[in-house]
Design a protein around this ligand. Sequence first.
Ligand code: SF4
Length: 417
Amino acid sequence: MLERIREKLQILADAAKYDVSCSSSGSNRKNTSQGIGDTGSGICHSYTEDGRCVSLLKILLTNHCIYDCAFCVSRSSNDIKRAAFTVDEVVELTMNFYRRNYIEGLFLSSGIFKNADFTMERMLRIVKKLRLEENYNGYIHLKTIPGASEEMVTEAGLYADRMSINLEMPTESGLKLLAPEKSHEEVKRELGIIRNKMVQFKDERKLIKSTPKFVPAGQSTQMVVGATPESDKDIMHTADSYYKTFSLKRVYYSGYIPISNDSRMPVLGTAPPLIRENRLYQTDWLMRFYDFGIDEILNDTHPNLDMDIDPKLSWALRNPFFFPIDINTADYKEILRVPGIGVRSAQKIVASRKFGKLHIYQLKKLGIAYNRAQHFIRCADSPFQLNEKEPHTIKQIILNNSKSKYLKHPVDQLSLF
Ligand code: SF4
């Protein structure tokens, strides 16, 4: 019996590793006097060498699936070992692992057996049992099953911290190519249900304090990158539109790992596009925290991100007229656009300059990457020959000085700025 559970765990954890949307930020569920766990602290993200998050018990309920999405390892035509947990098995595993401190939360996804509601009903029973019978207050990220009924999706939102449903391919045409049975409309419907309920519950909580929380860590989605020929512009426009329409907490970009010899996709053995994946995350960051419009970074003349430099530096080199900016007079949003200056450094610059003009040594102390930023700024003691260099010369200097690991090891992940 134990052997079978172990085997199921191996199969269903392995099948779940392709889903990268498992960040656990943003929830503050508190422990209760009789309960176990809380999400307020101790939840952290750890990543495997290839950049995938493994901090949660990350499993599929089953890898049986009635669909045959070409990019998915669980597709019905794939000749692999299949397994399915029972409701009780998932609950017991979660509680046992949590008590032993192996995990800090549960990430539960599933293939679709029989139909969407049949599968969703089991997922719902798991989260209800964990919360109501086991008093489990740890983090739960639940993937929604496409096509599940509104009632079940809504009820699940009362027990999960985060819910998500994968867009899979960035465009409807890409999805139709590899998963003709699925549609973005179905995904939009469920994202719309959760968005509306989140607003409704939040409003009700303002009036009635005892109104339960609904998906307190928000909802997210994931796109597979590199399986279909969409440009980075296509991908980021989709992300931008979903962020705006469905108030998403995160969009995840998952570089496609070839798992099939289907001629519509990259051949087996092709390296997953990890640098591209990271450039997309950097662009996502620029959109959300640096006030960049997506058209500024990706447009018809520049439809794909540079792989050798990050998107912020790329934008700066394509817009030399914007620079140099004077650190001592520019507004916060202008400072944010300088390569080598992040959100915290920009805030510190604005706060510090109230006490006098900033010099180079002070900027370095505030944590900016001066080697990079020096080509784009003026401060109290800047040398005079600024901005004389051509963008391609600046790029070369920065690349030569770069200590970036990935230049030496092309398959490593990059950090975000
Ligand atoms: S429906 Fe989901 S689990 Fe099933 S084949 Fe498609 S992507 Fe895979």
